[in-house]
Each structure stands twice: as C-alpha cells, then as structure tokens.
Design a protein around this ligand. Sequence first.
Ligand code: ACO
Length: 228
Amino acid sequence: MEYQMIAPEHSEQVLEHLRRNFFADEPLNKAAGLCQNGSSCPALEAHCAEAIQHRMSVMAVDAKEKGACKIVGVVLNGILKPGDTAKALSKLDCNDDADFRKIFDLLHRHNLKHNLFEHFDVDCMFDVRILSVDSCYRGQGIANELVKRSVAVARKNGFRLLKADATGIFSQKIFRSHGFEVFSEQPYIKYTDEDGKVILPVEAPHIKLQQLYKAICAGDQDEKKQSL
Ligand code: ACO
C-alpha cells in the first residue's frame, strides 16, 4: 500500500472512490438515504472537492491492482476558520438536496453550539472531514494509517488544533486511538423535528455524533518526525 498527498488533479478519482464507498456507507448518509452505492451526490461532491483544494488530504493507493493504481482509502482534510461554519449553515437553506440538509444541519449546528474556536482560542483548525476506506480493504489498518498521516500533515503545517466530527463507533475509536478527545456528543435519537420524530434514524451500533479534537503538543518529537 502506498500513501500519497491528494492533489486537485486526483479529484475525479477520489470522488469515484467516495461514490462507491462513502456516499452510501457512512452512517448519516445511510440513515438519510442520501444516495445509492456508486451514484453521484452533487452537494456532497462539492463539499469533498472543496476540501481537496486545501491540499492537506491523503490517499491510500494499491499499486498492485491489475497493473493500475487504485485508490482504496482517503482522508479529506481542510482548513477551518471562525465564521466558516456559520456561513456554511446559512448557505444550506439554498441547497435543494433535503437529505444533505438534514445531515449538515445537524453537523453545523452542533459545531456552532460546542465551539472549539472559543474554547481553545485559535484562529484556524485542521479539520478532518471525510474518512473512507474501500469496502474490500477494510480491517487492514488503512483508516488508522490515514489518520496518523493526517496528524503528521497538521503538525508539519503548524496547526495547533485538529478536529473531526466522527459519526460512527468505528471512526470514533480510530480518532481516539490517535489521541483525539471527545469535546461534545449528540445522540441521534435527540435530533428530532417539531413533532418529536427522529430526523436521522441511524442504524446500530452507531448511536451518536462525537466532535473530537486533538491539541498539538510541540514537545511530541516522535510524531513530529513523521513525514509523508
Ligand atoms: N467492526 C469492528 N471493528 C472495526 C470495524 C468494524 N466494522 N471497522 C473498523 N474497526 C476497528 C478496527 O478493529 C481497528 O481497531 P484497532 O486499531 O484496535 O485494531 C480500528 O477500527 C481501525 O481499523 P482500520 O482497519 O484502520 O479501519 P478501516 O480501514 O477498516 O476503515 C472506516 C474504517 C473508515 C470507518 C471504514 O469502515 C469506512 O470507510 N466506513 C464507511 C465510511 C465511514 O463511516 N467513515 C467515517 C465517518 S466519520 C468521518 O468521515 C470524519
């Protein structure tokens, strides 16, 4: 397995990987019925394409796959600044994908309510936005390696704080194993409409959203030395 930084020219290949492995599989997308495996979702694709432009994302590539390189895992990272989430929330009203709105309304409102910028007094954060591994390659430590490398990218670029909205128990475990801590949580059964109906009926074993953070400690030489 090879790990490489994702450049904007990889966007179409990365999106194709996500259409087959993230858009239908991720717990909130699945609960919302956002799209079928392999189909496109313009709103989510725009969100992913925007992250790629930040040039902080990493992909796992299987070079042995039928003589051609195949993307088998990606972590899409972006830079988050104060005001970005409020702006994204206000733009959400204009989005015509109701399922996308249900997901991002939950994420944006949760982030605004539990504000890491205020708590840590930073002016930017390294935002781990999308973590995805090909369903045929899961359970081999690829997500672990992608998160480890993301922490290294954040360090190399001088970030003091990383954050991730982890939507399922496996991603939550992965982030915690890399030193991320839980800042806030939202049980999915408490995300309801005005009639008390659960908006996203997320399947067990995934029961809550966790907003996780990792403060970069300048003295941690081991992780600092890692490079891609
Ligand atoms: N069942 C039990 N344990 C699991 C499972 C599972 N289905 N998936 C991962 N784990 C555990 C592993 O046992 C491992 O634990 P360990 O470090 O103690 O050995 C740990 O999680 C990491 O496992 P990896 O092999 O590195 O994870 P993998 O490469 O299989 O990818 C991922 C995990 C990314 C969650 C993958 O299943 C996936 O792409 N799912 C769909 C998309 C998704 O839910 N992404 C995360 C959303 S949150 C976000 O994007 C920020």
